[in-house]
Design a protein around this ligand. Structure first.
Ligand SMILES: NC(=O)C1=CN([C@@H]2O[C@H](COP(=O)(O)OP(=O)(O)OC[C@H]3O[C@@H](n4cnc5c(N)ncnc54)[C@H](OP(=O)(O)O)[C@@H]3O)[C@@H](O)[C@H]2O)C=CC1
Ligand SMILES: Cc1cn([C@H]2C[C@H](O)[C@@H](COP(=O)(O)OP(=O)(O)O[C@H]3O[C@@H](C)C(=O)[C@@H](O)[C@H]3O)O2)c(=O)[nH]c1=O
Length: 308
């Protein structure tokens, strides 16, 4: 099976590379190799590599910047997704497209189901939703969309690394407690994508009749629920335990209104993973356990860098 991944250099693309199963020929292309906003370049890359499956892990993920850089956010997240989908259509490749919990408004208090109405409250979420619609328009059942949330990895920028930096530098932190979702280690999502790719390649993907004629949507995060505050507290506890931090600082639970940012974020965006677990045969692992394993990786990297 030959798989082409866009967005090399990003968190998910890196974990896809790290977890590549045996027998997969992987072509991973970064922004310098393939800018997905360039229609002809996307078409030529797909024609050149002739992948069985394309995983679109490229995205504009700067949530606050998107509020004032609407044009680039839509160019990458909507048009880019459409161009990738069109190239897949022409080549006969299957597309796995990655989307976000931020397509939801956050008005609920129980997990969002895959077919619930969307209502993004920021530009990033709206541009990602526009990309999901484009994928469905172009490819229908020749694609899947997986929504995830609060992604982190040892490679790339994310909340875990921001917290470790701030916890080392600041005397105390105020972290929002009234935004709730599920932190997700990009490695777990990569493994889910590989499991689904194997099913697609062996024609053993479960076809849910509810999605006939449409692109099926799955939700995948780690298990459990947390606020950013809970997440930060866990990061500090585990960092002390693993020698990534040497002092504890006070962490105050604050309301989102006390931490104004350009983009609004959903106050609740836990997503229901049941259909993704059934379809893949994988069970999600609790976010704190995943965080602990990821931080073991960070500790190993730190040990290596201090040795050299
Ligand atoms: N990070 C998160 O918390 C979440 C992410 N997601 C979704 O998961 C997917 C993967 O996200 P993640 O790995 O975290 O994101 P990253 O921001 O880590 O990676 C995205 C990559 O896409 C690249 N990119 C940006 N513009 C283009 C372009 N025009 N053409 C090609 N590549 C481009 C970026 O390059 P550069 O850095 O140079 O701009 C970056 O390397 C995305 O679809 C995202 O929307 C969903 C929920 C949560
Ligand atoms: C640094 C800091 C942040 N925060 C809050 C602000 C914000 O609501 C929250 C997380 O901030 P970030 O900017 O890291 O995360 P954010 O960019 O909002 O993360 C989102 O990214 C996109 C790509 C997604 O798709 C989402 O699922 C989600 O992961 O933490 C504090 O409360 N205190 C602090 O000191």
């Amino acid at each position: 099976m030959k798989v082409l991944v866009t967005g090399k250099g990003g968190q998910l693309a890196w974990e896809l590379d790290q977890t590549k199963p045996e027998g997969v020929e992987l072509v991973s292309l970064g922004l310098d190799d393939l800018d997905i906003t360039q229609q002809a370049a996307v078409q030529s890359a797909v024609n050149l590599h002739r992948p069985d499956i394309v995983i679109n892990a490229a995205a504009y993920t700067a949530v606050d910047k998107a509020e004032t850089d609407h044009t680039t956010a839509y160019a990458v997240n909507e048009l880019g997704a459409r161009y990738v989908a069109q190239a897949c259509k022409q080549q006969g490749a299957y597309l796995m497209h990655v989307s976000t919990d931020f397509v939801f408004s956050g008005d609920k208090t129980i997990p969002y189901q895959v077919d619930e109405p969307t209502k993004p409250i920021n530009v990033y979420g709206a541009s990602k939703l526009a990309g999901d619609i484009a994928v469905n328009d172009e490819l229908a059942e020749q694609a899947l969309i997986v929504r995830t949330a609060w992604v982190y990895s040892v490679n790339g920028n994310n909340f875990v690394k921001t917290m470790l930096r701030l916890m080392a530098d600041k005397p105390e932190l105020g972290i929002i407690y009234d935004q709730v979702s599920t932190p997700t280690w990009a490695k777990g999502l990569a493994l889910w994508l590989w499991a689904m790719a194997a099913k697609q390649n062996s024609n053993s993907m479960i076809k849910d009749p509810n999605w006939r004629g449409r692109t099926p949507i799955y939700h995948w995060t780690d298990a459990g629920v947390a606020s950013w505050y809970d997440f930060a507290v866990a990061i500090q506890e585990l960092a002390i335990e693993k020698g990534l931090l040497d002092k504890v600082i006070p962490i105050k639970a604050i309301e989102a209104s006390a931490y104004p940012l350009p983009a609004a974020r959903p106050s609740f965006s836990v997503i229901d993973k049941q259909s993704a677990e059934r379809a893949s045969g994988l069970n999600s692992i609790h976010w704190r356990q995943q965080l602990s394993t990821m931080m073991d990786q960070l500790a190993e990297l730190k040990a290596l860098s201090t040795k050299h």
